[in-house]
Design a protein around this ligand. Structure first.
Ligand code: T1G
Length: 691
């Protein structure tokens, strides 16, 4: 690896070029290199001004996240920033691509900043469970004021060059090549056309109202997180203390964040989003996709069509029934209007979308990728897939099925190599997860095309093997079952939902069931009835009674809850159903505490997830984490089910499962992978590195 920091002298200008691909992360070599370069140029008599800039695609994208949790190595980033600010000669910086976190902190420690249009600036630290720990909470308010600094630091909002100029974070906005801009700006410093000053010398207006307002907002919206509140404490100190003292307090608060388990979970989530792209088929060349067909204009088909339109693809939406097609078109229109309202799409782009609709599937001709999202029934799907293959020979054919066997479907196709699963999650134009399901005959370039398409759609693709429910739904059926058994045993559904919300999910399993529709689970239980394990307790008795009464949740006004009033209340018929079931099964009602509810719910999730990893349905444990972080609302600061499994430990989990097995031996069984880990040591994190 070449030098990550290089210096050069052009007349009276000393240049420091940062070259630490891929994003100039401020790892130890870069930090040490900057200090050495600064010392060298400070001691070079002819140098009168120093300019810092990034080679490659960005300035400094931040501290090297991979160093978190490891013993820090001198010089720490705060020390680098202090050396820059304290330099006897003017030091300026040129910001392009990304200047985030520690990168922005280095920039605001320089004596003037020039932003190149297109740069993104911000303090993303709270998304990683920490706070700007290299002076951002102390210098940020000095340049931009307390209110703006609080906004950027607690929301991790990224801003562009113009807004940064307006806020006072940068002094000039221009275009061009970073090195050329650095030379021009340095000349302007020498000619007095670009003023420089030390940030530490700037006075801060305390602005207690902004501090109070932010505390109130965070108490309402982020009570469960640690670092955003620490950010406010640090910014508040900036106005009360001289810089050196403020930096010392900031460092202490930063260390407290580093020590929080939330930091480990959030960092894990950051890497999970990137790790899942590392698949065996990554070296295959994706096929070009220029025109996408979607068959089926129901909720999923319309959502998938919307996602493709949002990404700029021309879409043909085919639906046999004119009425269903009209409903689908209206759904797409609503989705696009919502995207414009949320600022995800401009009105012009919305009006320029290329959507063709048809009741005749012949309209799919010319599509190079077609996704079916028709009724979840094997015969219906195989007929549609065959029809698509006839109309679009050579096209990639994808199924959006959420559990049917792709290898059975592939038998209906002459070219199974072109067949893949693209399992979207509702609402498909919002949820980021796509499970790319690989059948036995799927060609590597078709898998690679699925991943490339997901990236174009702004989604996170996770590779899955074929099994009932793939990765997410298979694991969900396990913890959903655990919740049903707890309800059957007498713990009120509202207590279970509350405990799961307390764990960090936005919704509990029964609230989620009413939202998604209880008929989906009912169909699955009937489908699995013939192969159900007689040794395991049947968990669906109560849900079946609701479905038999026609209560499918919100869409019928009643399910687990009665939705007829302003706020949902538990279905008043459940106690009667429960009594009948408990008497018939000779059950002794028992009430579980919130911690007992969470232990069963979380352990059932991890138990099935361990099997999914052991069977190779998921490539790695981190892939399971990504599925739950991006498709199931798993609390991001907990990192995912497999990260949590390492937090609890294999031995603790095996002990929990064996304890629960006394209640339901057919369901609670310690997976082999977990038993081996408990016996021999090791962790799911180790498996992430090995695979
Ligand atoms: N540290 C280490 N590796 C990083 C990294 C970082 N900060 N940022 C990116 N990478 C890796 C990433 O894992 C991937 O690796 C490759 O670079 C390309 O990334 C003290 C404590 C800059 C907008 O949070 O937002 O500073 O998978 O695929 O889409 O106060 O990366 O190829 O092996 O994302 O072009 C604050 C996080 C840190 C910025 C570029 N900074 N990064 O996006 O590429 S905390 C951040 C990003 C901090 C200080 C605090 C994006 C990007 P691989 P990529 P991209």
């Amino acid at each position: 690896m070449g030098e990550v920091v290089r210096t050069s002298v052009e007349g009276a200008i000393g240049l420091i070029a940062l070259d630490n691909p891929p994003v100039n992360a401020a790892g130890h070599d870069l930090r040490a290199g900057i200090v050495a370069a600064l010392d060298r140029l400070a001691d070079t008599p002819e140098v009168e001004v120093i300019a810092l800039y990034g080679e490659g695609r960005s300035f400094i994208a931040g501290a090297d996240i991979r160093e978190f949790g490891k013993p820090p190595r001198d010089p720490w980033l705060p020390e680098v920033c202090n050396r820059i600010e304290g330099c006897g000669k003017p030091v300026i910086s040129v910001l392009h691509g990304a200047a985030l976190g520690g990168g922005l902190e280095v920039a605001i420690a320089t004596h003037a900043r020039v932003a190149i249009r297109g740069v993104q600036l911000g303090f993303p630290e709270v998304t990683l469970g920490v706070l700007p720990g290299a002076g951002g909470t102390q210098r940020g308010p000095r340049l931009a004021g307390v209110a703006a600094a609080l906004d950027l630091i607690t929301t991790s909002r990224r801003i562009g060059a113009e807004e940064a100029l307006a806020l006072g974070l940068v002094d000039r906005v221009t275009g061009g090549d970073p090195r050329e801009v650095a030379l021009a700006a340095a000349r302007d410093v020498l000619d007095g056309r670009l003023a420089t000053r030390r940030t530490k010398d700037i006075h801060i207006d305390p602005d207690p109202d902004s501090i109070e307002r932010t505390r109130e907002t965070l108490a309402r919206t982020q009570a469960h997180l640690f670092s955003p509140h620490a950010c406010v404490d640090a910014v508040e100190l900036a106005a009360a203390l001289p810089l050196e003292a403020g930096l010392a307090r900031e460092r202490a608060l930063f260390q407290a964040c580093i020590d929080s388990p939330q930091r480990a979970g959030l960092i894990h989530a950051f890497f999970a989003e990137r790790a899942v792209a590392k698949i065996p088929e990554a070296t295959a060349q994706p096929r070009p996709v220029t025109r996408i067909g979607v068959v089926g204009a129901g909720t999923m088909g319309a959502g998938i069509a919307t996602a493709c339109l949002l990404a700029g693809f021309p879409v043909v939406l085919a639906e046999r029934s004119p009425e269903a097609l009209a409903r689908g078109e209206a759904t797409v229109a609503r989705n696009l209007d919502g995207a414009v309202t949320r600022g995800k799409m401009t009105a012009e782009a919305r009006d320029a979308v290329r959507l063709a609709t048809a009741t005749d599937m012949a309209a799919l001709g010319g599509c190079d990728l077609v996704i079916e999202a028709v009724f979840e029934e094997m015969a219906v799907k195989t007929a549609v897939l065959s029809e698509i293959a006839r109309i679009c020979p050579g096209a990639i054919i994808a199924t959006n099925t959420s559990y049917l066997d792709l290898n059975v479907m592939a038998e209906a196709l002459d070219a199974p190599a072109n067949f893949v699963g693209l399992h979207f999650f509702s609402p498909a134009h919002v949820m980021r997860l796509v499970e790319v399901v690989v059948a036995d005959g799927t060609a590597p370039e078709v898998v690679a095309t699925g991943f490339a398409l997901a990236r174009r759609l702004g989604k996170v693709a996770v590779r899955s093997g074929v099994c009932d429910g793939f990765i997410g739904n298979r694991i969900m059926s396990a913890y959903r079952r655990a919740a049903d058994i707890m309800a059957l045993d007498g713990t009120p559904i509202e207590a279970i939902d509350a405990a799961v919300r307390g764990y960090g999910f936005a919704m509990g399993p029964f609230e989620m069931g009413d939202l998604a529709g209880l008929d989906i689970g009912w169909a699955a239980r009937k489908r699995q009835a013939a192969t159900r394990d007689p040794a395991a307790r049947y968990h669906g008795a109560l849900a079946d009674r609701l479905c038999e009464a026609g209560w499918f949740g919100r869409k019928t006004g009643r399910g687990w809850y009665d939705h007829s009033g302003d706020t949902p209340v538990p279905n008043p018929d459940i106690p009667r159903f429960l009594k009948e079931i408990q008497e018939a099964e000779g059950l002794t009602p028992r009430l579980l505490r919130a911690d007992e509810i969470v232990a069963r719910y979380e352990t059932a999730m991890i138990m099935e997830a361990a099997r999914v990893v052991e069977e190779g349905i998921a490539l790695r444990p981190i892939d399971v984490d990504a599925v739950f972080l991006f498709g199931y609302g798993f609390p991001r600061w907990k990192g995912g089910p497999m990260h949590q499994a390492d937090v609890i430990g294999a031995g603790g989990l095996a002990a929990r499962i064996e304890r629960f097995a006394s209640e339901d031996p057919g369901f609670w069984r310690v997976p082999g992978i977990l038993r081996r880990m408990a016996r021999e040591g090791g962790s799911f994190s180790d498996l992430n590195r090995e695979r």
